[in-house]
Design a protein around this ligand. Sequence first.
Ligand code: KG4
Ligand code: ZN
Length: 336
Amino acid sequence: MKDILILGIETSCDETAASVVKNGRHILSNVINSQVQIHAQFGGVVPEVASRQHIENIALVVDQAFADAGLEYQDIDAVAVTNEPGLVGALLVGLSFAKGLAWSLQRPLLAVNHLHGHIYANMLEHEDIKFPAVCLVVSGGHTSLLLMQDINHYQVLGATRDDAAGEAFDKVARFLGLGYPGGPAIQKAAQEGQAGKMKLPRVFLDRQDYEFSFSGLKTATMNMKKKLEKAGELQVCDLAAEFQQALIEVLVEKSLQAASRYGVESILMAGGVAANQELRSLMEQRTESRKIKVFCPSLSLCTDNAAMIAGMGYQQFIRNCYASLRLNAYPSLSSL
Ligand code: KG4
Ligand code: ZN
């Protein structure tokens, strides 16, 4: 059978990324131009700056993806692009570029939901995932728990009522003066500190459902900081460690409850927060004695990349689910 080569393009936030993936599995190139340093000086992503950076970088990044894969533009079978959710101006840069490419090469355009891409990142590296599976989606903008029948079919068991997990990391890091992006900054500080020296709430852990809430934890962390500061007892690293522990315990316990209720043998993790080392090891630790296998993408495929978009695009390609050249970009999620 002929190999299927898909070009993926991702510009939903602050990474301009392009990748060529063969048969939905084999990454031939994976180019990521990160704007993190530029946005760090503002303490977070500035949408207008992100769009302009994408415009400057997109052609170079796509060229590099072809060069790394050793391919010509004409070699690809389709162009997959993230069209939701994300910063709309940023999405439009990738989408417009993808449309132009698809039209000029006379290849199909494939519309990929960014979060489906994050979930698919697991399929790029693991061939032994047993479905049904529970999937914990934890990114900067979303947090949900899914029950997946297979890679294309799932139901949402629960989601956050307020802040996403990554958003809580980012906001707390900023408040603690740890910088941006917050997740890696808190993880690093927490390694120098110790959880449990003070107690922060494990929000919704006592509930028998799969809903999350991180806004209260964020406020409790801020109040704790003020209290300790007043008493002259503030150790930022200890507070970061307790915040991280409080958040990941809820993620892990809810995932385990869902896995046992639905009798699944696999838990998948997806999204930027899945790069958190403590979360990964707590999930491994708590599943060790049970018949549950944990799957996470490798660190570089947890955060935003275009290989996951090309991979998910392949799933649409083989089903002939092509997008029209009228495809639009949407800032919020139509499903998940
Ligand atoms: O998936 P992602 O790259 O972008 C979105 O789709 O939102 O996720 C970005 C989020 C940010 O909130 C960032 O702070 C968080 O993932 N993140 C982490 C870690 N690395 C990235 N959170 C906790 N620990 C990490 N090591
Ligand atoms: Zn993402």
